[in-house]
Design a protein around this ligand. Structure first.
Ligand SMILES: Cc1cc2nc3c(=O)[nH]c(=O)nc-3n(C[C@H](O)[C@H](O)[C@H](O)COP(=O)(O)O)c2cc1C
Length: 305
């Protein structure tokens, strides 16, 4: 059965050129749907597959003879590109230095981010791995500070409708049905967060998207693996950093805009196509502040038994 996404629920077609195939078997090795076999010295696509071809395209990318094409699930051989040379790619040191120089930036110059930079960020984010091809990640781009502010304002108007959820009586009532961690988070994080968002916007301050000249919201569909938008957002963030922009992830919007009528109205007004399990905003722009040091962070645990 094909794996459904919001974009397609078809299986891709695998087309093999008997003329070009020399039966080397590289494609068989990388196809983890286990549907390719070598018969009489040539590769064959069998009907004996787990999901059918999901268009991961590993077979066409590994084939040294251009003997395979796939068609469907928003992928075709026309999408192939030549790999950049290894010596043109970032090495560990340059990547680590880029990562070390990154800081969450919430203080931006008014300078707009040019369209070619937005295009470059999206091009880089599109290379992100996804749970199941084709990517089921949607991106909403707000390319001015004013659009970011309008988004923040609509969001805070929506939050005002939700205030009862984090009220004292509601949290007391829900306590027996919630885990301790959830109750703690509602009381000590979400309530103050909602209060801060709504009080600030009433004073004309935007602590949702922080007056960033560029806001990108990565979100899924009801079918999307929750990790996918997060990974795509992370790639976008790193790409933006490499272009000299400051960035900050904003997780305080997505969870509150999924359920209920007011959330649906917010999504419709902001052209958000779907409700989804996960989503993440990355704000971007030229930083107004400059840090002089980095700081070592730690993981909660790193076990290597
Ligand atoms: C998933 C995620 C969600 C975040 N949400 C917010 C947010 O809603 N508002 C905000 O100001 N910062 C947010 N941040 C930024 C963090 O607060 C920031 O990364 C943290 O302050 C550490 O600073 P650093 O990124 O410079 O190391 C978020 C970061 C992540 C990874």
């Amino acid at each position: 059965m094909p794996i459904p996404t919001s974009r397609t629920n078809e299986t891709a077609r695998v087309i093999i050129s008997e003329e070009l195939c020399n039966g080397c078997g590289l494609c068989v090795d990388v196809c983890k749907d286990f549907g390719l076999v070598i018969e009489d010295g040539k590769v064959k696509a069998t009907g004996n597959r787990i999901f059918g071809c999901i268009a991961c395209a590993h077979c066409i990318m590994i084939c040294p003879h251009d003997a395979i094409k796939i068609d469907g699930r928003f992928t075709s051989a026309d999408d192939l590109f030549e790999l950049p040379k290894k010596n043109e790619a970032a090495d560990y040191t340059s990547l680590l230095n880029l990562l070390k120089r990154r800081r969450a930036i919430r203080e931006f110059k008014d300078t707009p981010v040019p369209q070619d930079m937005i295009d470059k960020i999206i091009a880089a984010a599109k290379t992100a791995p996804m749970g199941l091809p084709p990517s089921d990640v949607n991106v909403l781009i707000l390319d001015t500070k004013e659009k970011g502010m309008a988004f923040a304002k609509d969001y805070c108007d929506h939050l005002k409708n939700l205030k009862w959820i984090v009220s004292k009586w509601s949290l007391t009532l829900m306590k027996p049905f919630m885990s301790k961690a959830n109750n703690d988070m509602f009381r000590d994080f979400l309530k103050p967060l909602i209060d801060t968002y709504t009080a600030s916007i009433d004073k004309g301050e935007n602590v949702v998207t922080y007056d960033a000249p560029l806001t990108m919201y990565f979100y899924g569909s009801p079918y999307t693996d929750p990790a996918d938008p997060i990974i795509a957002a992370t790639y976008a963030m790193i790409a933006a950093e490499s272009l000299g922009l400051g960035t900050c992830m904003i997780g305080g919007v997505h969870p509150f805009t999924q359920n209920g009528k007011s959330a649906a109205q917010f999504r419709a007004k902001q052209n958000i196509r779907f409700k989804s399990r996960e989503g993440l905003i990355v704000i971007m722009g030229y930083p107004r502040v400059k840090y002089h040091h980095g700081i070592n962070r730690t993981f909660a645990s790193v076990d290597q038994p």
